[in-house]
Design a protein around this ligand. Sequence first.
Ligand code: XUL
Ligand code: CO
Length: 439
Amino acid sequence: MSYFKVEEIKYEGRKSMNPFAFKEYNKEEVIAGKTMAEHLKFAMSYWHTFDAMGSDAFGGPTMFREWDETENLIERSKVRVKAAFEFMEKMGLEYFCFHDVDVLPEFGTLSEYQAALTDIVDLIESEMKRTGIKLLWGTTNAFSNERFAHGAATSCNPEVFAYTAAKIKFAMDITNRLGGLGYVFWGGREGYETLLNTDMKRELDNLGTMLTIARDYKKEIGFEGELLIEPKPMEPTKHQYDYDAHTVIGFLRGHGLENDYKLNLEVNHATLAGHTMHHEMVVARENGMLGSLDANYGDLMLGWDTDQFPTNIYDAVLTMYEVLKNGGIPVGINFDAKVRRASFEDDDLFLSYIAGMDTFARGLRVAANLLEDGVLEDFKANRYVGYEETDLGKKITSKNVTLTELNDYIQNIDGQISPLTSGRQEYLESVLNQYIYNA
Ligand code: XUL
Ligand code: CO
């Protein structure tokens, strides 16, 4: 039984005009010592690819898939699993990511639901064995159901806190069973709408408690994947507690969890926080907390999470540059991206993943060249050379200095500091362009 007419997507190189071929992503090609597939570890997001059917706040679904026609919920979920694995095989996607509810919507009592979900997970496991496709990360959806109206771990109701813990436990068990490389915490409703009714300190303390007991459970069951927190500044709540990379890192340190969690950074979340993805990447890498990526793109003229497929080459280059500087991405690159509402044909699923994968592949090539030639690294080293080579700079760098000493230094030269040199931003931007054209 086949669900898609499209054949396996192959690499045909830059001259190809075949829309159903990769122009850049050549998975066996070795770049900087590893194959493209090893560098990129691309994953399919189950929810955007097989559950999002084009609905938005103003209208219902626009996408009607043949495999969804069966009315029975369990049967439909099973057929979706089969279609999803055929899609990943044809796309050459070696990983996928899912929330519990993506593969089976909630129904009935908790025990009925969990028993039925276990059956679906059995099927996923057998498809994984058949195809060799792996789980990048798992997670639970603790934001859609009405019980999470006041939040999940940050709810004012302790039974909701407990329900969240039960969902995390079950989802972490599934992720562990399927050998996931990570487990993600995205705080969908962990935030507030108004401080008039919110005890922020209590909510943040409770969030810290949840992340602590989840860390303990990971150790208890011997789950070897990374625990990941995905920052986002807003949406669905007005203010999300996991605002951005720096906020999350500070929060983790405040709860003694900095060695237990890493970050899952998403491009559209970075821009909603008023940052570039490059900024978030640098913050995570320099703090030793770069864990995984949710690749997408947000329309910069809109103030919400549009989750478009990433086709912005600048983002891809600078993201991959930081990945290479990090020595690789510990978990992988998940396309947390969906086709537009009007791109409703089955073929659009293939075309969108090709666009995203090719953009990242080109980004990897450019980044590897930039790093190998050391253009940016040399420029930066030279820019800060005073901190490495002068007695004054060395003292500051080693923190072996006082305000009085620095005052004496400046008084001695009567404020006559050496001339500043240019930051050469425009030159560096044109060098970056040149690497993009030439890669
Ligand atoms: C929402 C979002 C989520 C997480 C997983 O903005 O990015 O899909 O990636 O819960
Ligand atoms: Co995401």
